[in-house]
Design a protein around this ligand. Structure first.
Ligand SMILES: NC(=O)c1ccc[n+]([C@@H]2O[C@H](COP(=O)([O-])OP(=O)(O)OC[C@H]3O[C@@H](n4cnc5c(N)ncnc54)[C@H](O)[C@@H]3O)[C@@H](O)[C@H]2O)c1
Length: 266
């Protein structure tokens, strides 16, 4: 009898060992769970060490795959090195890095933006992804289907003037990762997802009150709803798995379509 064709065969992540930064909650947790469910071992590296461990334990229970969580500040070289060492010790290697950490302050008034805030946004959203990528590189080079995936932002590609420090540092991340994709050509695939509005606790932390969040629930995008972590996780599963083995140096937009981001304007 002819064997049934499995259209999902290339989406399996068996044999893959993933590090995801900022995976203790929201989008990162959704990506971690999805990659684990697809067969990968996953290390969650997050500033919130306890939450990372709790999320990992829950994912392990739900997926049956190994999932660990540990404290890590991705702006600190020693923390990055510790995560890489712990992942290799636990899983035997690293095939996949998801640079998911990101955050930025709100600035309604452009004169209020300090140089420190600009530099800090760049340090968190851009430099950390570079450092993580370089620290993982020796291990990625030994792995099968190695890839780096970045949580970019739609705000890097359209006017998003009230989150200037964040948007510009995410724009730098796009360019940095395209450059790295070219420098690692034929060795490691590098892609980014430009994420649209996915309402999370981070919105409150960034100063978006419940009224603004309510407005964002009816966004002017082509689908007519805000995103869910799973919308992003589905795209990242494709980019991490062998299903996208002919895809590198790309910025994939997952944001419901459309071309306007105005978090605070009318
Ligand atoms: N939620 C959205 O609408 C949206 C839109 C566009 C892009 N993004 C991007 O997607 C990614 C995830 O977004 P989210 O909404 O799930 O974020 P979130 O704020 O809910 O979660 C971010 C996680 O990163 C961790 N973190 C923060 N600083 C860290 C550091 N220095 N070192 C290690 N971990 C740190 C936090 O503890 C948290 O668990 C971010 O890069 C964000 O910029 C999100």
């Amino acid at each position: 009898m002819t064997e049934k064709f499995d259209a999902f065969a290339d989406f399996h992540m068996d044999g893959h060992n993933v590090i995801i930064t900022g995976g203790a909650q929201n989008i990162g947790a959704g990506v971690a769970k999805t990659l684990a469910a697809a067969g990968a071992n996953v290390m969650i590296a997050d500033l919130q060490g306890d939450k990372a461990a709790a999320t990992a334990a829950q994912i392990e229970a739900e997926t049956g795959k190994r999932c660990l969580g540990m404290a890590c500040d991705v702006t600190k070289a020693e923390d990055i090195n510790a995560v890489v060492a712990a992942t290799v010790a636990a899983f035997g290697g690293i095939s996949t890095l998801v640079n998911n950490v990101g955050w930025g302050p709100r600035h309604a008034d452009p004169t209020a933006i300090t140089e420190e805030e600009l530099v800090n946004a760049y340090r968190l959203n851009t430099v950390s992804a570079y450092r993580m990528s370089m620290a993982c590189l020796p291990h990625l080079l030994k792995a099968k289907n190695p890839s780096i995936i970045n949580s970019g932002s739609f705000s890097s590609a359209v006017p998003a003037y009230d989150i200037l420090a964040y948007g510009t540092s995410k724009a730098a991340l796009n360019q940095m990762m395209i450059s790295i994709a070219h420098m690692l050509a034929q060795k490691v695939r590098v892609n980014s997802v430009l994420i649209g509005t996915v309402i999370t606790e981070g919105y409150g932390d960034a100063g978006l009150d419940s009224a603004i969040q309510e407005r964002l629930k009816h966004p002017d995008n082509l689908i007519g709803r805000t995103g869910q972590p799973q919308d992003i996780a589905n795209a990242m599963l494709w980019l991490a798995s062998p299903a996208s083995s002919w895809v590198s140096g790309q910025i994939i937009q997952v944001h419901g379509g459309g071309a306007v981001v105005r978090l605070f304007g009318d």
